[in-house]
Design a protein around this ligand. Structure first.
Ligand code: ADP
Ligand code: MG
Length: 228
């Protein structure tokens, strides 16, 4: 699903946010990315999510070499195959939960009634069937993140990328969001989660640790070496 080879990302000013990262994530995996602030976690997620192109190295997502795709095809790949969830939800204020999710399906070209029907299904799936008309300011943090997850998965992406999805939530709401992400993974979605929370990371099947733009530890690699 994800194949990074020798990926570097150098920001203007010369910061090497990624300094030669190679990583494989297979379809159906559920992986945690951990590491201190500034270690390159968000940059790696942006590169995996095709929001950002690498400075050097190869990025293949769902069989596509990102370097072979122009911006329009890259946007189409992203819209079709990848969902994003962020710490701060990024919902549109003054807009109902239903339309926040339905507007995420604009790229599909479906008419509004169909988009809304799919949005309602996604919101029911995350347990918010009774909150369709609520606006973000009428929802708790945990509910807002569920709306964001519904928006991310309404288009049935193969890959879900989450950057500190529980970072702004209390522990009960955070646990609810994590259960939901696990459930989506068990239904087949590949899920990659950046987290600062040690107990969350340890509860996931795989941990990838970053430091100074490098992957310094990968529990999957350790297992492979142990069995070799
Ligand atoms: P993390 O998510 O692990 O905290 P980031 O990927 O956000 O790390 O950042 C890695 C490094 O790249 C940091 O030194 C950060 O300051 C730098 N960086 C991140 N985004 C930008 C940007 N848009 N422009 C310049 N430098 C950036
Ligand atoms: Mg970050």
């Amino acid at each position: 699903m994800i194949a990074l080879d020798g990926v570097t990302k150098i920001y203007p000013g010369g910061v090497a946010a990624l300094a030669g990262v190679s990583l494989r994530v297979r379809p159906g995996e559920l992986a945690a990315i951990v590491g201190p602030s500034g270690s390159g976690k968000s940059t790696m997620l942006h590169v995996i999510g095709t929001l950002d192109r690498p400075t050097a190295g190869t990025v293949r997502i769902d069989g596509h070499d990102v370097a072979d795709l122009g911006d329009a095809n890259l946007s189409a790949l992203r819209a079709d195959r990848i969902g994003f969830v962020f710490q701060q939800f990024h919902l549109a204020g003054g807009t109902s939960a239903l339309d926040n999710v339905a507007d995420g399906l604009l790229y599909t070209g479906l008419r509004q009634s169909h988009r809304r029907r799919r949005a309602a299904e996604a919101l029911e799936r995350v347990g918010l069937g009774s909150r369709l008309t609520h606006e973000p300011h009428e929802l708790s943090g945990g509910e807002k993140q569920r709306v964001a997850i519904a928006r991310a998965v309404a288009g049935q992406p193969a890959l879900l990328l989450a950057d500190e999805p529980t970072g702004a939530l209390d522990s009960v709401a955070g646990a609810g969001v994590m259960n939901l992400l696990r459930e989506l993974n068990s239904e087949g979605t590949t899920v990659v989660i950046i987290t600062h929370d040690r107990s969350i990371a340890d509860s996931l099947p795989r941990q990838v640790r970053m430091l100074d733009g490098h992957v310094v530890e990968d529990s999957a690699r350790r297992r492979t070496e142990a069995s070799a």
